[in-house]
Design a protein around this ligand. Structure first.
Ligand code: ZN
Ligand code: ZN
Ligand code: ZN
Length: 235
């Protein structure tokens, strides 16, 4: 990276963090920046991690937010991290489905602040590993919350899609999907709509435990492991 580019990245990030009030970056943000500079995404990520985020996470390490603002190291993995690219991993999907899925998952990955005001109850031993401040006393709710940041299962309404709807109903929770089926396609059996609407989605996930750095090969295994940390810490 040239000096000029480094300066550009610093200024761009400063602008992003202050003007937009958002310290966190998404894959989209970074790849847009990389395209603009005509340098590979992983080069930008590496440099930012080293020069911007490392310093920031050391500065905030004493706070309650484990992750600090270092989305690039602790948040959803960027393509360079482990070679995951949603579009590549899901290239078997139809183009329109892939577009919808990409948009949905990207939106989920946008960071939320601990004060986003959507939660009434915020207590319990199970804490969000994405650093949004959410906590709960129920394992089930915790896992479901984790998946709001990093969806693992998706349903894209087959009936909506077939009827030419440009924005067919898409969601990562089967209970919400069943409600859609009942409300909108009442003439069909909700379970059947659910079944034909399941997307063969290959999800990304943070393989590394944020507490001990152990690496897992499946999302469920990793969740089990994190729950164990929270349970033993509470005993
Ligand atoms: Zn969260
Ligand atoms: Zn539908
Ligand atoms: Zn661990």
């Amino acid at each position: 990276i040239t000096k000029k580019q480094k300066k550009f990245i610093r200024n761009w990030y400063k602008n992003h963090a202050t003007v937009q009030g958002n310290q966190f970056l998404t894959r989209e943000d970074v790849s847009a920046l990389a395209t603009l500079l005509r340098i590979p995404v992983h080069t930008v990520v590496e440099w930012m991690n080293r020069k911007i985020f490392n310093q920031m996470s050391t500065a905030t390490a004493s706070g309650t937010n484990v992750h600090g603002p270092s989305l690039l190291t602790e948040g959803p993995r960027l393509p360079s991290d482990a070679g995951y690219s949603l579009r590549q991993a899901n290239s078997h999907l139809a183009a329109d489905v892939l577009d919808q899925v990409d948009k949905y998952v990207t939106a989920c990955q946008r960071r939320r602040t601990p004060t986003d005001g959507r939660r009434k109850v915020n207590a319990g031993r199970y804490k969000c590993t994405f650093g949004c401040g959410y906590r709960t006393s129920r394992v089930y709710d915790w896992k479901r919350h984790e998946e709001t940041h990093q969806p693992q299962n998706l349903w894209l309404c087959h009936i909506c899609r077939q009827s030419g709807n440009h924005a067919p109903f898409l969601v990562n929770r089967n209970d919400k999907f069943l409600k859609h089926a009942k409300d909108v396609h009442g003439d069909m059996k909700p379970d059947e709509v659910l079944e034909i609407s399941k997307v063969d989605f290959r999800a990304d996930f943070n393989a590394k435990c944020h507490l001990c750095a152990e690496v897992f090969s499946s999302w469920d295994d990793k969740c089990q492991h994190v729950i164990y940390h929270y349970d033993t810490a509470a005993e």
